[in-house]
Ligand binder design. Structure first.
Ligand SMILES: Cc1cc2nc3c(=O)[nH]c(=O)nc-3n(C[C@H](O)[C@H](O)[C@H](O)COP(=O)(O)OP(=O)(O)OC[C@H]3O[C@@H](n4cnc5c(N)ncnc54)[C@H](O)[C@@H]3O)c2cc1C
Length: 489
């Protein structure tokens, strides 16, 4: 009778390049694939509504892949340790194999579970499926974490050639039928009010879908990525982020696909895209070494920042609903609501408007993104918000306030993106599409727009609020700052 090992899936919902699976296969044991739904253990960052939608599809896809190999996903809900012990008892497993997570809460939980299972006499192995490098593998000359992306990435690039993905399995040993397991539907991940039409129309979760998407992107668009990646009006980026978040593909596989096609991943045409994978790595590096950052600014001066409190709820609501009266921002917030995704350039613009012009805390924006993004990722979301707010590592300086009108004119020059997501503005000439409040009344009339009713007037004066933001920054910038960044390079 062969021995049995549990393969505990979490955010590594794939069979290809899955080191925990490779390890389990190498033992010659029977493999019982397990998923345990335990959102309470991830609080306060349990998956938001859009992520739960994605997870539903991704679990179905994983179960289908396993069935093709004659297996089944054993799905449970509740306390992870209790459920693992229950499945160990039911299957006689001698060990548990899994891939690591890096956010503070699940790290602490996984350490506790590993100790408990080992004290039960079980073998426990954890592996890296999510990153090119473990966050502790890359350190500066003093053995300290990096805070500056360029220095971090230089250190990573030197090691890239040693990276190899694990092969996809050719077969799986005969499995064990789940006893008392749940179905994916039993987890209740889908919304009860059907607001998810836009998500369904936009995405196909799962490993097969992401391989097709990645191949198509690398075959056709990666060469233009450097030129088009900042254009929200063009399909210039890969849209792999939710697939990467749920581990339907790993960065090591992506890197291998790039090397196979283009050779050196740090040279044109692939370099600009690979560098973005580097930003993802950097986000995980920061979250691992500065685990307080989902709630607290990395730059301690911002702890005392004078956020605006008057009318805060109304301003936040207008921003969330895409009713600020500033077209590029509203287009982005509506794209997010409809599709669960927003273009990176627009993420920066809407985050800048919230934290600087509206002067609302970055944490309130990060929380809204958390609930609405299908790619909501604690590392990248925290880093993206702190970077834009000016309080993170290698952050945009606080005084660099994105001007959403200028950004629109540069990156959506024909207004195609705004017209798509704010159709009430569709008939405005290009000259006014990013600032309808400057259009003369006859132009507004001809475009059938009544500002203040069809489409809002701007909820904030961009120039005045910029000055106020700089004045607010002036009140804290003399506080004790971080040590100079060079000390960390
Ligand atoms: C305020 C703010 C919040 C963000 N929140 C998230 C989030 O919750 N989840 C998330 O995955 N990304 C987040 N990002 C980063 C970035 O916007 C998305 O990764 C990107 O838009 C995803 O689209 P794509 O897959 O087409 O990216 P591509 O341009 O095709 O890039 C390829 C991959 O590189 C990674 N990447 C690209 N840019 C970044 C970046 N700036 N930081 C970290 N990783 C990056 C992503 O994994 C992405 O899938 C945020 C950025 C900002 C400014």
């Amino acid at each position: 009778m062969p021995q049995t090992i549990l393969l505990w899936f979490r955010r590594d919902l794939r069979l290809d390049d899955n080191p925990a699976l490779t390890h389990a296969l190498s033992t010659g044991a029977r493999i019982v694939p397990v998923y345990i739904h335990a959102p309470n253990e991830e609080a306060p960052w349990a998956p938001g509504a859009a992520s739960r939608w994605w997870l539903h599809g991704s679990l179905l896809a994983l179960d289908e892949s396993l069935q093709r190999f004659g297996g089944r996903l054993w799905i449970a809900r509740g306390d992870s340790l209790t459920e693992l012990r229950r499945i160990v008892a039911a299957t006689g497993a001698i060990g548990v194999s899994w891939n690591r997570l890096y956010d503070p809460v699940t790290r602490e939980r996984d350490t506790r579970i590993k100790q408990a299972l080992r004290s039960d006499g079980l073998r426990c192995e954890s592996h890296n499926a999510a990153l090119l490098f473990e966050p502790w593998e890359i350190a500066n000359g003093n053995g300290q974490p990096y805070r500056v992306f360029s220095a971090f990435w230089r250190a990573c690039v030197k090691e890239l050639s040693g990276i190899r993905p694990e092969p996809a399995p050719e077969s799986l040993p005969a499995g064990v039928a789940p006893v008392g397991g749940l179905s994916v539907e039993d987890l209740g991940l889908l919304p009860t009010i059907p607001w998810d039409q836009g998500l369904r129309a936009t995405w196909t979760p799962g490993e097969s879908a992401v391989l097709a998407r990645a191949n198509a992107f690398l075959d056709t668009r990666v060469a233009d990525y450097g030129a088009t990646r900042d254009r929200p009006d063009a399909p210039g980026t890969s849209r792999l982020s939710p697939h990467l978040h749920f581990g339907e593909i790993g960065p090591r596989r992506l890197l291998a696909m790039i090397v196979e096609r283009f050779g050196d991943p740090t040279a044109e045409p692939a370099e600009p895209f690979v560098r973005e994978l580097g930003w993802r790595e950097f986000s995980y590096h920061l979250l691992y070494h500065f685990p307080q950052t989902p709630a607290e600014p990395l730059d301690p001066r911002f702890a005392d920042f004078p956020w605006r409190t008057d009318g805060a709820a109304e301003r936040l609501d207008a921003w969330q609903r895409g009713r600020t009266g500033i077209p590029l921002v509203d287009a982005g917030m509506r794209e997010l609501w409809h599709t669960g995704w927003m273009h990176n350039r627009v993420r920066m613009v809407v985050a800048s408007l919230l934290t600087k012009n509206l002067r609302l805390p970055w944490q309130s924006g990060a929380r809204w993104f958390w609930d609405t993004l299908v790619d909501a990722d604690l590392a990248s979301n925290t880093q993206g918000w702190q970077w834009t707010a000016g309080c993170g590592a290698d952050a945009a300086p606080y005084f660099r306030v994105f001007n959403p009108v200028r950004q629109g004119e540069r990156f959506d020059p024909d207004g195609g993106y705004v017209r798509r997501w704010c159709p009430e503005l569709a008939r405005l000439p290009n000259q006014y599409i990013h600032q309808p409040w400057t259009a003369p009344p006859p132009i507004l009339k001809a475009a059938d727009i009544r500002l203040g009713s069809h489409y809002p007037l701007p909820i904030v004066d961009l120039a005045i609020s910029r000055q106020e933001a700089l004045a607010a920054w002036g009140t804290v910038k003399g506080n004790r700052p971080n040590p100079p960044v060079t000390a960390f390079e």
